[in-house]
Design a protein around this ligand. Structure first.
Ligand code: NAD
Length: 492
């Protein structure tokens, strides 16, 4: 398919206005399916961070969102959701061209983003405090109070959905936002700004910047007037941000990487395992934090499982998302090179690539073959480190305790899976798996309503579901002495 046209220059959104960056510089955005320049975006600099944070601070201090009737705040979010839906086709094209997704997957992103705003729009009038009995003469209650200015930094793999889940939660609870889109795939985040503008969100409540991490991102997380940080991205960047946050004791939500394993018990339905795992590891070319990147299989079923998944991998069509292919490109040449280097290193360490293991030759973009590794030992890098590409690692176990030890045997703890027909076995394993989310018999079971987040080095705090709201408020207790006498009896 010929590549459709897309807007060639995108600006930042500060205090309700589209604007260039302070130095008028631009960031070039590539189409990863072709390696060609797709568009340019205004490069935000630390001076732009200052302006955006100041706008968000003014709006927060004006108490516009906090003082609104909660149902009116909810209606505002529902209107953002409607505006996102109305732009779904444009969003799909942006996600397809700057990210490598198919148009259908891009449309899913738009609809999911819209749904975050409607889900949390429905929650605004249900965020309640508690009344705490202190006896006669006192009234005591808690208030779930917003933090203030929330800065949010998102990665390139699902920029729109990830931004939407955080921005929606922040607005629902009365915070104001400065969002940084990822420099490699920034386009879809601008639609959040556009939807907010069209929906009548007060100026300054949502600001969207695109800049590089080392200067703009760093300026955001160390800014003196920021109250809350939501970061989704790599472990290394997360550690940097936590050090900056520690200086000023800023609360953070940390959504970091994963190396999630699915355990295949001997009684599992292997067609279900193969189908679910293929979706879990090849969706978005494996650039998914919650990817099913490892399978821990009982020895008695190993060869059968591997054959089924390898067949699925070989059957995938590879090419640009705009052509509707099953497996799109990795986000950049650097990412493709990193994934390929990890695959070559795994082979040198003794792992066997049953299928794949190399880049795709003959296509102009950054494509990697769908890959299945066997013979992977727990101490190999391939078993421990996140690849962030279409690469599955299969490990073998003999008894259930060993399966749990292998699944839990990395520094990460984002997701885990269990495949079995025996629910007692599923519960037994789910209890022992150290992960924020456990999928039984379907990878990615769940959605916007189900809490999501990490344990161990996958981070902390929760996004999605009602639990996420707790990451955006802090409890304030108000204790009131009604009067000085015994219980306030009239005339007493
Ligand atoms: P990254 O950490 O390189 O970048 C993420 C964002 O942080 C980008 O916007 C980048 O500009 C910014 N950044 C970089 N350096 C910064 C700094 N010093 N200060 C402030 N901001 C900075 O991650 P990535 O490569 O874009 O994304 C891939 C990673 O994200 C993977 O590890 C993946 O598992 C993780 N991820 C996690 C989740 C989740 O919900 N847990 C979801 C998606 C991706």
């Amino acid at each position: 398919m010929a590549t459709p046209e897309i807007k060639k220059y995108w600006q930042n959104f500060v205090d309700g206005e589209w604007c260039d960056g302070a130095t008028n510089e631009r960031i070039v955005v590539e189409n990863p399916a072709t390696g060609e320049m797709l568009a340019e975006v205004a490069r935000a600099m630390p001076a732009d961070v200052d302006r955006a944070v100041a706008a968000a601070r003014r709006r927060f201090n004006a108490r516009t969102l906090i003082d609104m009737r909660p149902m009116a705040r909810g209606a505002l979010l529902l209107e953002i959701a409607a505006q996102m839906r109305a732009m779904a086709e444009e969003i799909a094209l942006a996600e397809c061209l700057d990210n490598g997704k198919t148009l259908a997957a891009g449309k899913n992103e738009a609809m999911a983003a819209s749904r975050y705003f409607s889900y949390y729009g429905g929650a605004t009038d249900k965020i309640e405090g508690r009344m705490i009995p202190l006896g006669a003469g006192y009234v005591d209650y808690t208030v779930p109070a917003p933090y203030g200015v929330s800065v949010q930094i998102v990665p390139w793999n699902f920029p729109l959905q990830i931004a939407a889940r955080s921005v929606a939660c922040a607005l629902a609870t009365g915070n104001t936002v400065v969002l940084k889109s990822p420099e490699l795939s920034p386009l879809s985040c601008y639609f959040i700004a556009e939807a907010c503008k069209r929906a009548g969100v007060p100026d300054g409540a949502v600001n969207v910047l695109c800049g590089y991490g080392h200067d703009t991102g760093a300026a955001m997380v160390s800014h003196k007037d920021v109250d809350h940080i939501v970061f989704t991205g790599s472990l290394k960047t997360g550690q940097f941000i936590l050090r900056a946050a520690a200086e000023r004791i800023i609360p953070c939500v940390m959504e970091l990487g994963g190396k999630s394993a699915g355990i295949v018990f001997p009684d599992a339905d292997l067609d279900q395992v193969a189908a679910s795992t293929a979706i879990g590891i090849f969706t978005n070319a494996g650039q998914v934090c919650s990817a099913a990147s490892r399978l821990v299989v009982h020895r008695s079923r190993h060869d059968e499982v591997v054959a089924k998944i390898a067949a699925k991998a070989r059957a995938l069509s590879i090419g640009p998302g705009i052509d509707g292919k099953d497996l799109g490109p990795l986000i950049s040449g650097a990412q493709r090179d990193k994934v390929e280097a990890m695959c070559l290193a795994a082979q040198q360490e003794g792992a066997e690539a049953v299928t794949g293991g190399r880049r795709v030759d003959g296509l102009p973009g950054y494509f990697m073959q769908p890959t299945v590794f066997t013979g992977v030992k727990p101490d190999m890098t391939m078993a421990r480190e996140e690849v962030f590409g279409p690469v599955l690692t299969v490990q073998v176990y003999d008894d259930p305790d060993e399966a749990i030890a292998l699944a839990n045997g990395t520094d990460y703890g984002l997701c885990a899976g269990v495949y079995t027909k025996d629910l007692r076995q599923a519960h037994w394993a789910a209890d022992r798996l150290v992960a924020g989310q456990v999928f039984v018999n379907e990878w990615f079971a769940g959605g916007i309503e189900t809490p999501f987040g990490g344990t161990k080095r996958s981070g902390y705090g929760r996004e999605k579901g009602q639990e996420a709201l707790l990451s955006y408020v802090q409890t304030k207790n108000v204790g009131i002495r009604i009067d000085g006498s015994g219980g306030g009896r009239p005339g007493g």
